[in-house]
Design a protein around this ligand. Sequence first.
Ligand SMILES: N[C@@H](CCC(=O)N[C@@H](CS)C(=O)NCC(=O)O)C(=O)O
Length: 203
Amino acid sequence: MKLIGSYASPFVRKISVIMLEKGITFEFANQSPWTDDSPVPTYNPLGKIPVLVTGPEEYWYDSSVIAAYLEQLDIAPALIPRDRLAAMKVLQLQALADGIGDAAVLLVREGMRPADKQLESELVRQRGKILRGLDALEKAAAGGKVLNGDAINLADIATGCLLGYLNFRRVVPDWCVNRPALVKLAEKLFTRESFARTVPPAP
Ligand SMILES: N[C@@H](CCC(=O)N[C@@H](CS)C(=O)NCC(=O)O)C(=O)O
Protein backbone atom coordinates (compact mmCIF):
# COMPACT_ATOMS: atom_id res chain seq x y z
CA MET A 1 0.00 0.00 0.00
CA LYS A 2 1.16 3.49 -0.72
CA LEU A 3 -0.03 6.57 1.13
CA ILE A 4 0.23 9.81 -0.80
CA GLY A 5 0.32 13.01 1.20
CA SER A 6 2.19 15.05 3.74
CA TYR A 7 2.25 14.85 7.52
CA ALA A 8 1.50 18.56 7.55
CA SER A 9 -2.08 17.47 6.75
CA PRO A 10 -4.20 16.29 9.70
CA PHE A 11 -6.11 13.99 7.34
CA VAL A 12 -2.95 12.28 6.10
CA ARG A 13 -1.69 11.95 9.64
CA LYS A 14 -4.97 10.32 10.63
CA ILE A 15 -4.50 7.60 8.03
CA SER A 16 -0.87 7.05 8.98
CA VAL A 17 -1.80 6.74 12.65
CA ILE A 18 -4.51 4.20 11.80
CA MET A 19 -2.07 2.09 9.80
CA LEU A 20 0.58 2.26 12.51
CA GLU A 21 -1.97 1.30 15.18
CA LYS A 22 -3.04 -1.69 13.08
CA GLY A 23 0.54 -2.62 12.19
CA ILE A 24 -0.08 -2.23 8.46
CA THR A 25 3.15 -1.60 6.58
CA PHE A 26 2.97 1.07 3.91
CA GLU A 27 5.11 3.18 1.67
CA PHE A 28 4.80 6.93 2.19
CA ALA A 29 4.97 9.21 -0.86
CA ASN A 30 5.45 12.77 0.29
CA GLN A 31 3.47 15.00 -2.08
CA SER A 32 2.00 18.47 -1.78
CA PRO A 33 -1.46 19.06 -3.28
CA TRP A 34 -0.81 22.79 -3.56
CA THR A 35 1.80 23.02 -6.32
CA ASP A 36 0.85 23.49 -10.00
CA ASP A 37 2.74 20.35 -11.00
CA SER A 38 1.33 18.21 -8.16
CA PRO A 39 0.62 14.61 -9.23
CA VAL A 40 -2.22 14.33 -6.71
CA PRO A 41 -5.05 15.09 -9.22
CA THR A 42 -3.90 12.02 -11.17
CA TYR A 43 -5.02 9.92 -8.22
CA ASN A 44 -7.85 12.01 -6.83
CA PRO A 45 -9.82 14.27 -9.18
CA LEU A 46 -10.42 16.58 -6.23
CA GLY A 47 -6.67 17.10 -5.95
CA LYS A 48 -6.69 16.47 -2.21
CA ILE A 49 -4.54 14.37 0.08
CA PRO A 50 -4.56 11.73 1.48
CA VAL A 51 -4.82 9.15 -1.27
CA LEU A 52 -4.25 5.48 -0.52
CA VAL A 53 -3.07 3.34 -3.41
CA THR A 54 -3.94 -0.33 -2.93
CA GLY A 55 -3.37 -1.68 -6.42
CA PRO A 56 -3.11 -0.74 -10.06
CA GLU A 57 -5.75 1.90 -10.71
CA GLU A 58 -7.09 1.40 -7.17
CA TYR A 59 -6.97 4.77 -5.44
CA TRP A 60 -8.93 5.59 -2.30
CA TYR A 61 -9.59 9.11 -1.21
CA ASP A 62 -11.27 11.16 1.35
CA SER A 63 -9.71 10.17 4.62
CA SER A 64 -13.05 8.95 6.02
CA VAL A 65 -13.38 6.51 3.10
CA ILE A 66 -9.76 5.39 3.51
CA ALA A 67 -10.41 4.82 7.23
CA ALA A 68 -13.46 2.69 6.35
CA TYR A 69 -11.42 0.80 3.75
CA LEU A 70 -8.73 0.01 6.32
CA GLU A 71 -11.33 -1.06 8.86
CA GLN A 72 -12.91 -3.61 6.52
CA LEU A 73 -9.54 -5.36 6.31
CA ASP A 74 -10.45 -6.63 9.78
CA ILE A 75 -7.08 -6.02 11.35
CA ALA A 76 -7.01 -5.47 15.12
CA PRO A 77 -7.49 -3.22 16.91
CA ALA A 78 -10.96 -2.39 15.64
CA LEU A 79 -11.28 1.39 15.49
CA ILE A 80 -14.97 1.49 14.53
CA PRO A 81 -17.42 -0.47 16.71
CA ARG A 82 -19.25 -3.36 15.09
CA ASP A 83 -22.57 -2.20 16.52
CA ARG A 84 -24.06 0.04 13.83
CA LEU A 85 -25.37 2.82 16.05
CA ALA A 86 -22.16 2.90 18.09
CA ALA A 87 -20.26 3.06 14.79
CA MET A 88 -22.38 6.02 13.64
CA LYS A 89 -21.48 7.91 16.81
CA VAL A 90 -17.78 7.38 16.21
CA LEU A 91 -18.15 8.38 12.55
CA GLN A 92 -20.11 11.49 13.53
CA LEU A 93 -17.27 12.62 15.79
CA GLN A 94 -14.73 11.84 13.08
CA ALA A 95 -16.76 14.07 10.73
CA LEU A 96 -16.80 16.79 13.38
CA ALA A 97 -13.03 16.66 13.94
CA ASP A 98 -12.40 16.56 10.19
CA GLY A 99 -14.82 19.44 9.61
CA ILE A 100 -12.95 21.54 12.16
CA GLY A 101 -9.80 20.54 10.29
CA ASP A 102 -11.33 21.79 7.02
CA ALA A 103 -12.08 25.15 8.64
CA ALA A 104 -8.58 25.31 10.13
CA VAL A 105 -6.96 24.57 6.75
CA LEU A 106 -9.06 27.34 5.18
CA LEU A 107 -7.93 29.75 7.91
CA VAL A 108 -4.30 28.84 7.33
CA ARG A 109 -4.66 29.26 3.55
CA GLU A 110 -6.46 32.58 3.95
CA GLY A 111 -3.73 33.71 6.35
CA MET A 112 -1.13 33.08 3.63
CA ARG A 113 -2.72 35.70 1.39
CA PRO A 114 -1.56 39.33 1.61
CA ALA A 115 -3.24 40.97 4.61
CA ASP A 116 -5.20 43.42 2.44
CA LYS A 117 -6.64 40.53 0.40
CA GLN A 118 -7.88 38.53 3.38
CA LEU A 119 -11.61 38.49 3.89
CA GLU A 120 -12.22 39.29 7.56
CA SER A 121 -15.82 38.03 7.48
CA GLU A 122 -14.62 34.64 6.18
CA LEU A 123 -11.94 34.40 8.88
CA VAL A 124 -14.58 35.07 11.53
CA ARG A 125 -16.94 32.51 9.98
CA GLN A 126 -14.33 29.75 9.89
CA ARG A 127 -13.13 30.58 13.41
CA GLY A 128 -16.73 30.23 14.60
CA LYS A 129 -16.92 26.72 13.16
CA ILE A 130 -13.67 25.79 14.90
CA LEU A 131 -14.70 27.14 18.30
CA ARG A 132 -18.19 25.59 18.23
CA GLY A 133 -16.72 22.33 16.97
CA LEU A 134 -14.10 22.24 19.72
CA ASP A 135 -16.79 22.85 22.34
CA ALA A 136 -18.75 19.90 20.98
CA LEU A 137 -15.64 17.72 21.01
CA GLU A 138 -14.89 18.83 24.59
CA LYS A 139 -18.38 17.77 25.64
CA ALA A 140 -17.92 14.38 23.98
CA ALA A 141 -14.45 13.92 25.50
CA ALA A 142 -15.75 14.82 28.96
CA GLY A 143 -18.40 12.12 28.54
CA GLY A 144 -15.58 9.61 28.10
CA LYS A 145 -17.68 7.15 26.13
CA VAL A 146 -17.55 7.64 22.36
CA LEU A 147 -14.51 9.92 22.67
CA ASN A 148 -11.74 9.62 25.26
CA GLY A 149 -12.87 6.18 26.38
CA ASP A 150 -10.72 3.30 27.55
CA ALA A 151 -9.80 1.99 24.09
CA ILE A 152 -8.64 4.20 21.25
CA ASN A 153 -11.05 4.55 18.30
CA LEU A 154 -11.31 6.46 15.02
CA ALA A 155 -12.90 9.49 16.70
CA ASP A 156 -9.98 9.72 19.14
CA ILE A 157 -7.47 9.51 16.30
CA ALA A 158 -9.25 12.13 14.18
CA THR A 159 -9.46 14.45 17.20
CA GLY A 160 -5.81 13.91 18.12
CA CYS A 161 -4.70 14.72 14.57
CA LEU A 162 -6.88 17.82 14.55
CA LEU A 163 -5.44 19.08 17.87
CA GLY A 164 -1.93 18.35 16.60
CA TYR A 165 -2.69 20.43 13.51
CA LEU A 166 -4.04 23.35 15.57
CA ASN A 167 -0.81 23.30 17.58
CA PHE A 168 1.37 22.94 14.49
CA ARG A 169 -0.23 25.84 12.60
CA ARG A 170 -1.01 27.85 15.74
CA VAL A 171 -4.65 28.09 14.75
CA VAL A 172 -6.70 29.05 17.81
CA PRO A 173 -3.59 28.56 19.98
CA ASP A 174 -5.71 28.92 23.12
CA TRP A 175 -7.91 25.94 22.20
CA CYS A 176 -6.83 24.20 25.41
CA VAL A 177 -8.14 26.93 27.71
CA ASN A 178 -11.31 25.66 29.40
CA ARG A 179 -11.24 22.41 27.50
CA PRO A 180 -9.64 20.06 30.05
CA ALA A 181 -11.02 16.82 28.59
CA LEU A 182 -9.51 17.59 25.19
CA VAL A 183 -6.18 18.46 26.83
CA LYS A 184 -6.24 15.12 28.64
CA LEU A 185 -7.07 13.28 25.45
CA ALA A 186 -4.27 15.03 23.55
CA GLU A 187 -1.75 14.24 26.30
CA LYS A 188 -2.79 10.60 26.25
CA LEU A 189 -2.64 10.29 22.45
CA PHE A 190 0.58 12.21 21.87
CA THR A 191 2.56 9.68 23.94
CA ARG A 192 1.54 6.84 21.60
CA GLU A 193 4.13 5.65 19.14
CA SER A 194 1.73 6.15 16.21
CA PHE A 195 1.43 9.86 17.02
CA ALA A 196 5.10 10.30 17.92
CA ARG A 197 6.11 8.88 14.53
CA THR A 198 3.81 11.17 12.54
CA VAL A 199 4.57 14.58 14.02
CA PRO A 200 4.08 17.32 11.38
CA PRO A 201 7.32 18.67 9.90
CA ALA A 202 8.63 22.04 11.08
CA PRO A 203 6.76 24.74 9.08
N1 LIG B 1 -12.27 15.66 3.35
C1 LIG B 1 -10.93 15.45 2.88
C2 LIG B 1 -10.10 16.68 3.16
C3 LIG B 1 -8.69 16.55 2.61
C4 LIG B 1 -8.02 17.91 2.46
O1 LIG B 1 -8.66 18.97 2.53
N2 LIG B 1 -6.72 17.87 2.29
C5 LIG B 1 -5.99 19.10 2.04
C6 LIG B 1 -4.63 19.06 2.71
S1 LIG B 1 -4.81 19.25 4.46
C7 LIG B 1 -5.75 19.21 0.55
O2 LIG B 1 -5.26 18.28 -0.06
N3 LIG B 1 -6.11 20.35 -0.05
C8 LIG B 1 -5.84 20.62 -1.43
C9 LIG B 1 -6.92 21.39 -2.08
O3 LIG B 1 -7.94 21.71 -1.43
O4 LIG B 1 -6.77 21.68 -3.26
C10 LIG B 1 -10.33 14.21 3.58
O5 LIG B 1 -10.74 13.93 4.70
O6 LIG B 1 -9.51 13.54 2.96
